[in-house]
Ligand binder design. Sequence first.
Ligand code: HOZ
Length: 428
Amino acid sequence: MSRALLTRATQLIPGGVNSPVRAFRGVGGTPPFIREAEGAWLVDEEGKRYVDFIGGYGPMILGHRHPRVEQALQAALERGVLFGAPSRSEIELAEVIVDALPSVEMVRLVNSGTEATMSALRLARAATGRDRLIKFVGCYHGHGDAFLVAAGSGAATLGVPSSPGVPAPVVADTLLAPYNDLEAVEALFAHHQGEIAAVFVEPFAGNMGLVPPAVGFLAGLRKLCDREGALLVFDEVMTGFRVAWSSAQGVTGVTPDLTTLGKVIGGGLPIGAYGGRRDLMEQIAPAGPVYQAGTLSGNPLATAAGLATLHELAPPSDAYQRLDRCSQRLAEGIRAAAAEARVPVVVHRQGSMVAFFLTSGSVRQSADVDASDRPAFGRLFHHLLERGVHLPPSPYETLFVSLAHDEKVIDQSLEAFRSGFAELGRRS
Ligand code: HOZ
């Protein structure tokens, strides 16, 4: 059935999918077409059930069809889906964000993470009067032209980290450094004195698997930006309200000038946001001259789903402790399963984000992920899929655990990991 649907989809939609990584190019084979989802489970068109570690690529932190989110959506639906005029729920969502993230004094809602980072870049350039930016190889900040250089996620999976159609002059101002390499950043600042508007970074890189910042890396970026008059922009589209209520900036204790958000703050509906210091955000139109707009921005359904999701996560709830416990069980279980089969593996976890790399070396930057055994990842992926465990189909993506995952679901998944690693072990 999925094969027939893919054939039909491919006639109409490029590659049969509306986002490249869904096409399984990194692992081969045919993606199951998903008919519905509930809690920690996806159900395909044939009725086969899968433990879901894709989590919608991050937003589904409560699991699928959470009753509180459904009620909020139902109520919002009854009030109307789009006003083209200001509404109360936009303020309420902004209040929650500003309250949780002290670095964010003002926030603008947009429709996707891509929009958020593009807009933050425009603001950074306007505020500093400089054009250049630094980004890290393997970090992914959406598909905006300026960021589509050495990008992670689907771009890395497909081997097109820098896309045709992006004019050379547009990326001439995008400077690259390896993730976790402070010296490389220092050298770029030295070489381009007074020219760099901003450093964009995923504080926990989640688009090359999951790669944590080395000790002192983010604090070092903060220091360099302050010294050189550049802005530090944390891309927390993935990590925002995912790794902790205080997000990556709270966990690391490093304060960015601007933050981009998305995913969790929309509870599964399309949303993005960027925010930061008041003096910067007041430069955005109509408060200031930096233009950015959107017909659907602050959409009532997205704000309703986002608010309901955030209310479930907000302190004093023990949501993050519960997410931590389950995710730790998964991470430790993967490590143990690989060790039992003598398959070299590196496992990283931050809150409910988990990644594993089939390699014996350490993983500090995207070149380390490139060097991992990607064909073996593909074999393990399909072994798991057959047994009803659906990982994101690429070693450049992160697994997401939700509050709907419990010990039973994790243990069931680990059973499949154990047999999968055993098979890999037998082949090597
Ligand atoms: N940042 C998301 C996961 N790496 C993007 C998902 C997608 O490209 O579909």
